[in-house]
Ligand binder design. Structure first.
Ligand code: AMP
Length: 283
């Protein structure tokens, strides 16, 4: 497995592969890798010829300094997991190469508008512009590729699809299913920061989604069911919504059909999110 940090070496590695007629599969991550990331590496391996994974904790998508500082970092384990999953090239760019002006704001920003202002964006101003800006730069360096993202971050996936469409990146975006622990908790790099009791309370997120998925009811009832489960299980609710899976606009009680339920909340001060399919029936 090739390990690179230099942007120009990374750019030429990817372009050399394409020159050989190979499809580059690209998986951007912030490290602290777990089985969720491994599933993206395996999907990339299956659906492309050469897999490039990036490890970069992007400060521009954090709105709180303490959250950025507390973000788990496990570079050695990350390399071992990438190797085990058959990743061909791991790129770990430096902060100064990615954001030369840091900690001053970088003047050029990819702004994603309304889609980035709801849900995760409402609680974390600037978060999705930070995500879009870093992913745009990663796409520019990697070049034409097939890029793999988890449905775990459902709104992020929608934002990435929007920037690919609006800015015409030569990138095919592939969404991959959420990987969960045996008890249903969606894997997240942040789970390691939970206490034992917190981890139990965190199950409230997947329980809320399961409860909503069990019955086809109007959207407002599904929302109420999710709020009740989250509150009963000790999750401080940020939001519990039923949305159109493409536009992420909240569903009304007049609508029927397959939708996506999105939940987020705090446990032990840690922000957690999850989502899953639900079916609604108009009242
Ligand atoms: P992160 O390192 O948290 O930025 O995540 C990198 C990629 O891994 C994103 O596309 C995430 O959606 C994806 N990911 C994170 N957790 C999971 C999971 N439990 N299942 C599937 N994909 C995931």
């Amino acid at each position: 497995m090739l390990e690179l940090s230099d942007i120009e070496e990374w750019r030429s590695f990817a372009s050399d592969q394409r020159a050989k007629g190979l499809v580059v599969g690209f998986v951007p991550t912030m490290g602290a890798l777990h089985a969720g990331h491994a599933s993206l590496f395996r999907a990339a391996k299956e659906h492309s010829d050469v897999v490039v994974a990036s490890l970069f904790v992007n400060p521009r998508q954090f709105d709180r300094r303490d959250d950025l500082e507390k973000y788990p970092r496990t570079p050695e384990r990350d390399l071992a997991l990438a190797l085990e999953c058959g990743v061909d090239c791991v790129v770990s760019p430096s902060l100064t190469d990615m954001w030369p002006d840091y900690p001053a704001p970088t003047p050029t920003t990819v702004s994603v508008g309304e889609l980035g202002e709801r849900f995760e964006g409402a609680g974390r101003p600037g978060h999705f512009d930070g995500v879009a800006s870093v992913v745009a730069k990663l796409f520019t360096i990697t070049g034409p590729c097939r890029s793999f993202f988890g449905e775990k971050d459902f709104q992020q996936l929608a934002v990435i699809r929007q920037i690919v469409r609006d800015l015409a990146f030569a990138v095919e975006v592939v969404g991959c299913p959420i990987v969960r622990d045996d008890d249903g908790l969606a894997l997240s790099s942040r789970n390691v920061t939970l206490s034992l009791a917190g981890r139990r309370r965190a199950l409230g997120l997947s329980h809320a989604l399961t409860a909503a998925a069990k019955v086809a009811r109007p959207a407002s009832i599904q929302r109420a069911v999710m709020h009740e489960v989250l509150e009963n299980e000790g999750v401080e609710v940020a939001y519990a919504e039923v949305v159109d899976p493409l536009t992420l606009l909240p569903s009304s009680d007049a609508e029927s059909g397959p939708r996506r339920a999105l939940v987020a909340g705090f446990v032990d001060g840690v922000r957690l999110l999850d989502n899953g399919p639900v079916s609604i029936v108009g009242s």
